[in-house]
Design a protein around this ligand. Structure first.
Ligand SMILES: Cc1cc2nc3c(=O)[nH]c(=O)nc-3n(C[C@H](O)[C@H](O)[C@H](O)COP(=O)(O)OP(=O)(O)OC[C@H]3O[C@@H](n4cnc5c(N)ncnc54)[C@H](O)[C@@H]3O)c2cc1C
Length: 339
């Protein structure tokens, strides 16, 4: 097997997180990874570092420290204003070869996946993609990653042996962010950037922001499955009354009843709402992994032996088309009484 550019003996006792930004704030997945990184670093007595590439990073660096980073490696340059794989992989590679972190974490976002893959090849090390759990073995600092494999039928625990850094991408919504502590102190490492416009092949022509929903950030999800018979309007009405969002299993998405961005599960989004109300859903493993972190899990299903009832806190056996109108009516009566 090819040797990585540095190994376990020469790696520093540190976990680094690649931090993404949106409108001058760190993104939710960045905060989630800082929280998990802090927890792992504390367990083994390591340092937590954050990597920020951009044009004006000072506020982002403070935010990273407030969310747990001990040190922030900051690269500022006008050619780092937008993510381009040429510029970002060049600079992060240089940072990594200087700091030699033992572990390197990325969000499983379009940019995080792109960069992690490129760096793993350049550093000749391993990459565990789309992890849903992370542990560090005390003493050796080996990273153990939970990765679901074979279509979700097995959960594999994967390690990388002697290769460093141990790179992993983590799906948004898997870990919870923590509250910032603005009194925390951290070290700022300003990293010199030598980039020329001709180094960058990508040209940004236009930026288009999606207006879709991000179910990872929603506190009430009303999800429907095949048992809804395609009637997602009924779920939308309830979501409107309660201030929630509608989610779905894969079959109604495949059948075109609802947008793909609302699919929950292994090949959809992983959510951690306060309340998940699941209607006409059988409870297949592929769906459950996307919603099992809900604080309160309610299921409505006409089949009393449906597997979803093994996961639900509240189980309602009955026809969704009878029960949902009753819930809606009760809510409307309650709201009318409160006005
Ligand atoms: C590699 C792979 C990845 C996958 N990824 C995902 C994923 O990300 N997300 C996902 O959801 N699925 C995923 N799937 C599919 C998954 O295995 C299940 O097939 C799917 O979740 C089932 O969806 P469902 O519960 O809506 O449908 P069904 O399994 O058909 O269940 C419908 C349920 O509705 C109930 N029902 C029917 N009529 C009524 C009624 N009138 N009132 C009340 N209850 C009623 C039935 O009793 C039944 O339990 C994946 C599959 C594979 C192989």
């Amino acid at each position: 097997m090819t040797l990585s550019l540095y190994d376990a003996r020469s790696a520093a006792d540190s976990i680094w997180v690649f931090l993404e930004q949106d409108r001058n704030s760190l993104t939710e997945i960045s905060l989630e990874l800082l929280a998990k990184g802090r927890q792992l670093a504390d367990q083994v007595g390591w340092k937590l570092g954050g990597l920020i590439l951009g044009i004006r990073n000072s506020e982002l660096c403070s935010e990273a420290v407030a969310h747990g980073a001990d040190e922030v490696w900051s690269a500022e340059h006008e050619l780092l204003e937008n993510f381009t794989i040429d510029a970002f992989s060049t600079i992060t590679f240089e940072m990594i070869m200087e700091g030699k972190p033992g572990v390197l974490l990325f969000g499983a976002t379009p940019d995080g996946r792109d960069l992690a893959g490129r760096l793993a090849v350049r550093l000749r090390t391993g990459l565990n993609a789309d992890c849903t759990g992370l542990r560090l073995r005390p003493g050796t600092g080996e990273l153990i990653c939970d990765v679901s494999g074979f279509g979700g039928g097995v959960l594999a625990l994967i390690e990388m042996g002697d290769h460093r850094p141990q790179i992993a991408t983590i799906r948004p919504g898997v870990f919870s962010k923590t509250q910032p502590d603005w009194k925390r102190l951290g070290e700022l490492i300003k990293f010199p950037v030598l980039l020329k416009a001709e180094d960058i092949q990508t040209r940004i022509v236009k930026k288009v922001s999606g207006e879709g929903v991000d179910l990872t950030q929603v506190s009430l999800i009303i999800a429907g499955g095949r048992g809804m018979g395609g009637d997602f309007g009924a779920l939308q009405k309830l979501a409107d009354i309660l201030g929630g969002e509608v989610g779905a299993t894969r079959p109604p998405v495949d059948d075109g009843y609802i947008e793909r961005e609302r699919q929950i599960g292994q090949t959809g989004v992983v959510c951690s709402p306060k309340i998940a109300l699941c209607c006409g859903i059988s409870g297949a493993f592929h769906f459950i992994v996307g919603v099992e972190k809900a604080d309160i899990f309610i299921a409505i299903n006409s089949d009393p032996s449906a597997p979803i009832f093994e996961h639900a806190d509240y189980c309602v056996v009955g026809d969704v088309h009878t029960i949902l109108p009753l819930i809606k009516e009760a809510l409307q009566t309650r709201l009318a009484e409160e006005i």
